[in-house]
Structure formats: structure tokens, C-alpha cells
Design a protein. Structure first.
Length: 448
């Protein structure tokens, strides 16, 4: 608990600074730490203590953020959820062995409920000997059944002890995934301001940035594409943004080039992390480059057969409902194919997403990058579909800025691609879809 206590003590030295921006109002660290202290009394009244598996369904808000720190102080096991996974909630509660649950409303009020007959997970039971708080998050399940991941909160917090610049950070990445939780912790650990969103529409994000003067926007390439297509950024002053970080999926270079037009004052930085390993330190080669150097204190990387492997001091404790993928020496195969150039690497895509066309490898991001530079294309998702001779062929799901005849579109885009890539990579099928059919609720491409 040394790191957690040290960071909370630092937060208490910044009482006059702004801790949160929520619903148009700023909250000081004095107010926020008062909420943390009040939550400790609430938890005691409900007998939530060391080792209690406590879930909460919430978006970012003052009370929900304060609960996070109170639960860590009490050495409980935190299980964050959002309303986006409401249909999966009973299954996740059972896997994690959740004993009690707080549900937050849009006005930041909450209700409490006990879970009936919770069954403690064996991995959680063995973890309690560490006498530190834990965190359980779930994978998205895009390639199979969602897996519950148990993390040691003290390990996660350790990297935030070193003093760094505090940012006014838009809390865009969802709280119930590791990237969002990591962003929340780093924001407060460095004495920054957490900027909460009413929703994640481009207009709402732009409006809150303008209202709060946010300086850091952590987001996804899919959301940036949506922002570009919406053009709503033209109606707001976004000049306060100094840094944009992106990760979770491959960034098209066509999209990256447009970001600087929208945020001329911002540096652009690629990040890399996995829920199983934590978020690695990273350095982009330049603002307009998708080449990145990753690693730093607490992390090691190596490339085996063009696939990235990582060893981390912040490795997860394990999966709750699947075998541990980390080998005896602490290395995990990420599944990310990379190209290496000196100290930098370029992430090509996941092995699970790769399309095998007659024995030739096609990474969807490469084709998507070309198609995004074509006229009238707002968003595109490339997938493989079965073919009786080639095994698979490439299909493109396309969202348009303006209506266009499907057959004329297919002919135009096929010709556009033939001039810019090898024939086997060119999509042979095209489908026009709405933009919201291209992305998940977490603003990542859906390739299913």
C-alpha cells in the first residue's frame, strides 16, 4: 500500500487545485478528498472492508471517482462496470464473485444492493494474502468469451509515484476497461483535473473541452474519424488541447494527418497497453508518424517472428476464467504484428484480424488507410470473407459523407485501390453502412 498511500497523501497537499470538472462545475481537491473520506464511512457502515469484492456501475462523476480511492484505501477488490454492458452484468458479477454493488445515477446519486449467494473466485481468494487492493476488469470478448482480469492495484499505482506534469484530462476511455482506469489514476496521481463527459458524441466532447479548457485528450482512432466526419469541431474553441494520445487500435495515417488541422496546438502521441500488462511508456517518432518506441521503466519488449512480446512489472495476477497467457519467464505474446526500424516499431495489426488471401497476408489497417483517403469516405472497416478458391477475400464496409450508388461506389473504390496496392489486397466486395454500425460503444472498430 506504500504507493497508494503516498499518492493519496500528495492529493491532500493540493487542496486548492481543481480535481474535477463535471456538469459545468469545477470541484477542488479539498472537496474531492472530503468525498473520499465520506465514502470510507459509508463503506464501513455496509461492512465493505479488506477483500470485499465490490462492484459499481458508473460513468465518471465526483462521487464515483471518490469511491475508487476509498475502496483502494480499504483494500477491497474493485469491479467497475458501465451501463454499456448491462446485458452482460449478471455473467460478469458471477465470474468475479461480486458481493455488493453501487449503482450511480446521472445526477451522481447512488443506490446500494447486496448480491445473492456470491461465490468467491479461487484466484481472488489466493490474492487476498497480498493485503493490497485489487482491480477486476473484463476484456471486450471480440475474439471469444470475455475474460475477467485481476490486477494488483498497488503494482498499477507504483509507476505513478514519480512526479510528472498534471494534465486537465478528458476522461474519454471508459472506466470499466483498464485504459480508462489507468487514465483516472494517473490524472489524480499527478495532481491534474479529471474532465467528465455527459456522453461521448463529438459535439459533447468538443463542448466540454471548450468549457473546461482541457489540455489532454486520450481517445481512439475510430472516435477521431467520427470527429472529423462530424465537422462539429468547427463550432468550438479547442485551442486549449496540448496533447492527444491514441491507442487501442491501429491509427490510419490519413486520419493522423487530419488531426493536426483540428488541433493545431497539440502534440500527437501513440500509446500502447494491454489490460493484462498495463500501459507502457511510449514515444512517437513524430506527430505525423505511426512509428513508436515503447517500453521504459518496468517494461521489456522483444520481437519473435514479427510479433511483439512484453514483460511487465505490472503483469496481471491472472484471468479469473481462463488459463494465464504469461509464460514462466513473465513474457506475454500480444498478438500484435510489428515492423521494426531501429528503436521504433510500427504496429500492423492483430494476428486474429489478419486476412489470408490465397496464402498472402493482408492487414486490414493497411487497406483502411488507403480507402480513407478516397473521396466521400468517412469511415471504413475491412474484414475477410470466405471464398471457395482463395480461402478468403477482402471486403470493405464503407460509411459515406454523401449518398452514392453502391455499384458506382464499388467500381470507383476498386479502381482507386488498384492504383495504390497489390491486387490481392484490393477489396472485392463493398457494403455501405451507417457509421454507428462500424464501431462499438467503446469507439473501436467492430470486425465481427
Amino acid at each position: 500500500m506504500e504507493s497508494i498511500n503516498e499518492i493519496i497523501n500528495k492529493m491532500r497537499t493540493k487542496l486548492d487545485s481543481e480535481a474535477l470538472f463535471w456538469n459545468g462545475r469545477a470541484y477542488s481537491y479539498s472537496e474531492f478528498m472530503g468525498m473520499v473520506d465520506a465514502w470510507e464511512e459509508v463503506l464501513a457502515s455496509y461492512q465493505i472492508r479488506r477483500g470485499t469484492v465490490c462492484g459499481f456501475v458508473a460513468e465518471y462523476s465526483p462521487q464515483a471517482c471518490a469511491l475508487v480511492f476509498a475502496l483502494m484505501r480499504g483494500k477491497s477488490i474493485l469491479v467497475p462496470f458501465t451501463s454499456a454492458i448491462e446485458h452482460e452484468l449478471p455473467e460478469f458479477i458471477e465470474i468475479a464473485g461480486v458481493e455488493c454493488l453501487f449503482r450511480f445515477g446521472v445526477d451522481d446519486t447512488w443506490v446500494f444492493e447486496r448480491c445473492s449467494n456470491p461465490v468467491k473466485n479461487e484466484l481472488v481468494e489466493s490474492f487476498l494474502d497480498r493485503d493490497v487492493p485489487g482491480l477486476i476488469v473484463f476484456t471486450s470478448g471480440s475474439t471469444g468469451k470475455p475474460k475477467g482480469i485481476l490486477q494488483d492495484c498497488e503494482r498499477v499505482m507504483r509507476k505513478f509515484v514519480v512526479e510528472r506534469k498534471g494534465w486537465s484530462t478528458v476522461l474519454f476511455l471508459m472506466l470499466d476497461h483498464f485504459g480508462g482506469f489507468n487514465t483516472l489514476l494517473s490524472t489524480f496521481a499527478y495532481g491534474g483535473t479529471g474532465v467528465c463527459l455527459p456522453d461521448r458524441s463529438p459535439e459533447s466532447v468538443c463542448r466540454v473541452i471548450a468549457q473546461s479548457g482541457a489540455t489532454l485528450l486520450p481517445t481512439t482512432p475510430t472516435f477521431i474519424n467520427l470527429l472529423i466526419a462530424s465537422r462539429c469541431y468547427m463550432n468550438f474553441d479547442l485551442s486549449s488541447v496540448e496533447l492527444i494520445t491514441y491507442g487501442t487500435e491501429v491509427m490510419p495515417t490519413a486520419t493522423l494527418a487530419k488531426v493536426k488541422e483540428i488541433f493545431p496546438n497539440a502534440r500527437i502521441k501513440q500509446t500502447y497497453g494491454l489490460s493484462e500488462l498495463g500501459v507502457l511508456r511510449s514515444k512517437s517518432e513524430s506527430d505525423d508518424s505511426v512509428w513508436v518506441k515503447i517500453g521504459g521503466d518496468g517494461f521489456e519488449t522483444r520481437i519473435v517472428d514479427n510479433v511483439l512480446r512484453v514483460r511487465s512489472e505490472a503483469n496481471m495476477v491472472g484471468y479469473l476464467n481462463a488459463p494465464n497467457p504469461i509464460d514462466a519467464e513473465g513474457w506475454m505474446c500480444t498478438g500484435d504484428h510489428v515492423e521494426v526500424r531501429g528503436e521504433y516499431m510500427r504496429i500492423l495489426g492483430r494476428k486474429s484480424e489478419m486476412i489470408n488471401v490465397g496464402g498472402q497476408k493482408v492487414f486490414p489497417a493497411e487497406v483502411e488507410n488507403i480507402l480513407l483517403s478516397a473521396d466521400n469516405v468517412n469511415e471504413v472497416t475491412v474484414v475477410g470473407v470466405p471464398h471457395p478458391v482463395m480461402g478468403n477475400v477482402v471486403k470493405a464496409r464503407v460509411s459515406l459523407a454523401e449518398p452514392e450508388d453502391r455499384f458506382q461506389l464499388a467500381e470507383r473504390l476498386r479502381k482507386f485501390c488498384m492504383e495504390r496496392m497489390a491486387k490481392y489486397k484490393v477489396p472485392v466486395k463493398y457494403e455501405i453502412v451507417r457509421e454507428d454500425e462500424q464501431r462499438s460503444l467503446r469507439f473501436k472498430k467492430t470486425r465481427a
